[in-house]
Design a protein around this ligand. Structure first.
Ligand SMILES: [Zn+2]
Length: 189
């Protein structure tokens, strides 16, 4: 068993799916939290969001989706190298200004509204899939779409298959809905 704390990365629609959300608090990872986030999340985590300016450029077509992913991956790597993603550092900000910042804790969940990885509606990566890698490298176990990612010999791997983690692929396992290495094209919220 791993002694690392676990953070869950999921979407708002999976709140009743066993094993997808953790038992702790929920936090929004969206640039502009949807209204539903106010109901299901306790606040937001800045270091789990894409850069708002980068997101806006992608959204208006001034940047390709691939460029957006690359830029976002670089940003998350920078957050990790700066220490902001580590357990004991990763911090959430509750919606209410009456409450001060709170550390993201073992069992907490970071949420987006993208389709669930591995589902039929999953056509391209959510930024949380990029964040997952950096969180594992920062010292967390990560449950992404109900499956655990762990650190093993300098690699981020799926705990069930021991396959290396590749953003945008969902390897065969007991939870798979797609073939290994399926490329994604399509909508991103
Ligand atoms: Zn998303």
């Amino acid at each position: 068993m791993s002694s690392r704390p676990t953070v869950y990365l999921s979407n708002t629609g999976s709140s009743r799916t066993e094993g997808h959300h953790g038992p702790g608090r929920a936090w929004s990872a969206q640039v502009s939290p949807r209204p539903i986030m106010r109901h299901v999340a306790d606040g937001q985590v800045e270091a789990s969001k894409p850069n708002p300016a980068t997101f806006a450029r992608m959204a208006r077509g001034a940047m390709t989706f691939a460029e957006y992913l690359e830029s976002t991956a670089d940003a998350f790597e920078g957050y990790r190298r700066g220490g902001a993603l580590a357990p004991g550092k990763l911090t959430g900000r509750p919606w209410s200004s009456w409450h001060g910042p709170a550390l993201v804790a073992d069992g907490d969940t970071l949420l987006c509204t993208c389709p669930r990885p591995g589902s039929k509606d999953w056509t391209r990566p959510c930024h949380l899939e990029l964040l997952a890698r950096q969180l594992v490298l920062a010292g967390w176990d990560v449950v992404l779409g109900g499956r655990r990612l762990v650190f093993d010999s300098a690699l981020v791997v799926w705990d069930d298959t021991r396959d290396p983690y590749v953003v945008g692929s969902w390897p065969f396992g007991k939870h798979n809905a797609r073939a290994h290495g399926t490329a994604q094209l399509g909508m991103f919220e």
